[in-house]
Design a protein around this ligand. Structure first.
Ligand code: CNA
Ligand code: ZN
Length: 278
């Protein structure tokens, strides 16, 4: 009977029906999977959008192929592109978006279970989403170590180096220092693997601003129960969202979609207030 009711609520397949469902007794645990698209309106380019994407900008850096910026073997030979990117993403340059504030609002309303992000820009933290609700699946700039001997490297020191466009080297063995960002071929943090199974308790999954092309992150969409609505908010279709009966696809800019959803929920003022205070 619950399944029938949930299906009924979602039938409109639009923002109003998502709001209706969120206000119902069925929606307690909300999960988010996010990618670069939730930060583009802050001025941080995503990877794959043509022209504005980071990949096309990094072409100026003589990368053999764009993904090379996150490849350990390339990094060993030429760490400059990665550190140029790090310089670009330095905290303080960008302000969280309305979508980041919406995620915080979900947490304040007691609905957010876990926010899984592929982003390394830390904007969710800066928007005030509680640390314990965030899984940075691809790591972060919070810690760093030598790629040869593993010696940790001082956080203030690397900030100075990145700011000065210098490359940091290990104080013990002179190896290259790398922030604990997950490069291609590297395993995801333990926290990711520990948190992923909780998706089986999801009542609602938002998939926002991601092309769902990077694995294993993309596979999280399949861990939620079949009746759990999966809502894609993205400029293009992504992954298999749309293939299940309660899926909803909103092909719009995230900031516009979350504003409309907040309005339907009667949260628009709260949302604006949070964002203005950020
Ligand atoms: P991606 O592959 O570049 O996909 C981004 C998606 O977002 C695309 O499908 C776009 O259509 C969509 N999009 C762009 N702008 C908007 C918008 N305003 N509203 C709605 N949708 C939008 O990026 P993914 O995150 O899927 O790829 C995973 C990589 C990208 C991760 O490993 C990240 O570390 C990496 N990345 C992170 C950042 C960041 O931290 N902000 C920036 C660029 C890349
Ligand atoms: Zn070392």
């Amino acid at each position: 009977p619950d399944d029938v009711e949930i299906h009924e609520l979602l039938k409109g397949k639009d923002i109003a029906s998502i709001a209706k469902y969120m206000k119902s007794k069925h929606c307690k645990n909300v999960f988010i999977m996010a990618g670069a698209g939730i930060s583009t309106s802050a001025g941080i380019p995503d990877f794959r959008s043509p022209k504005t994407g980071l990949y096309s900008n990094l072409a100026k850096l003589n990368l053999p192929f764009p993904e090379a910026v996150f490849e350990i073997n390339f990094f060993r030979k030429n760490p400059v592109p990665f550190y140029t990117l790090a310089h670009e993403l330095a905290p303080g340059k960008f302000r969280p978006t309305l979508t980041h504030s919406f995620i915080r609002l979900l947490s304040e309303k007691g609905l957010l279970h876990t926010h899984f992000t592929q982003n390394i820009d830390t904007l969710e933290r800066r928007a005030g989403v509680p640390d314990e609700d965030i899984i940075e699946a691809h790591g972060s700039f919070a810690t760093q170590r030598c790629i040869d001997c593993g010696e940790p490297y001082d956080g203030d020191e690397i900030k100075r180096k990145i700011k000065g466009k210098e490359i940091p080297y290990c104080n013990v063995c002179q190896g290259l220092v790398k922030p604990d960002i997950v490069f291609y071929g590297e395993g995801l943090p333990d926290e990711f693997h520990l948190a992923a199974p909780s998706l089986k308790n999801a009542d609602l999954l938002f998939v926002m601003g991601t092309s769902l092309t990077v694995h294993p992150f993309a596979g999280l969409t399949r861990l939620v129960p079949r009746r759990c609505p999966r809502v894609l908010v993205n400029l293009e279709l992504a992954g298999d969202i749309g293939s299940r009966t309660n899926d909803v696809t909103i092909l719009r800019e995230c900031d516009i979609a979350v504003r409309e959803l907040a309005r339907e929920l009667g949260w628009e003022e709260d949302l604006d207030k949070l964002w203005e205070e950020t």
